[in-house]
Design a protein. Structure first.
Lengths: 115, 116
């Protein structure tokens, strides 16, 4: 069964510094990949998605992610973070062959941007 | 346009009681998903509807959980004989079906269920 690993439960980083949030998934079958952000007491908001094509995906708020099939990874990056980026970030995988397109989520990474 | 809405936003109930959680998806979205997010965890899949039928209910934890979508739009998640372990945020999502570009799921704000 598909699984998603977000090794870092918390990532503290200073404002204007770069950040990378790691995501690895278990299966090499064809997948769709997503990153969602969840601000305190709010719902999930899509940051970016990989469906096909270019492996470098650009999303909202200056975030980007790179799909690496050989390493089954989809790490999220931002070159310069802001205080407002403080939130929980979830990586999700959807199996293209499942027929249901349900998401398997990681446990999340809490990004804390320090002044 | 309107996004996915869920009611109530908060529900507090006592152990053993029955609860219903409602999801109103984006108009025209034929696919509807329920997820459960426990404290400190990522959302976990519960059930998927394509139209009126439950196409995949493999994530429902036990037979106390049931969901319906009688007219292919609004869905209700029903939990019987609630237990304290059912406390979580219940998320609903909808998506358009048919092409790979339509796979994106749009999430509602969730219903926070607390079982005392």
């Amino acid at each position: 069964a598909q699984s998603v690993t977000q090794l870092d439960s918390q990532v503290p980083v200073f404002e204007e510094a770069p950040v990378e949030l790691r995501c690895n998934y278990s299966s090499s079958v064809s997948v769709y990949l997503f990153w969602y952000v969840q601000y305190p007491n709010q719902g999930l908001q899509l940051l970016l998605k990989y469906l096909s094509g270019s492996t470098l995906v650009k999303g909202i708020n200056g975030f980007e992610a790179e799909f690496n099939k050989s390493q089954t990874s989809f790490h999220l990056r931002k070159p310069s973070v802001h205080i407002s980026d403080t939130a929980e970030y979830f990586c999700a995988v959807s199996d293209r062959t499942s027929g249901t397109y349900k998401y398997i989520f990681g446990t999340g990474t809490r990004l804390k941007v320090l002044a | 346009g309107a996004g996915v809405s869920q009611t109530p936003s908060n529900k507090v109930t006592e152990k053993g009681k029955y609860v219903e959680l409602r999801c109103d998806p984006i108009s025209g979205h034929t696919a509807l998903y329920w997820y459960r997010q426990s404290l400190g965890q990522g959302p976990e899949f519960l059930i998927y509807f394509q139209g009126t039928g439950a196409a995949d209910d493999s994530g429902l934890p036990n037979d106390r959980f049931f969901a319906v979508r009688p007219e292919g739009s609004v869905s209700t998640l029903k939990i019987q004989r609630t237990e304290r372990g059912d406390s979580a945020v219940y998320l609903c999502a909808s998506s358009v079906r048919g092409t790979s570009e339509s796979n994106e799921q749009f999430f509602g704000p969730g219903t926070r269920l607390t079982v005392l």
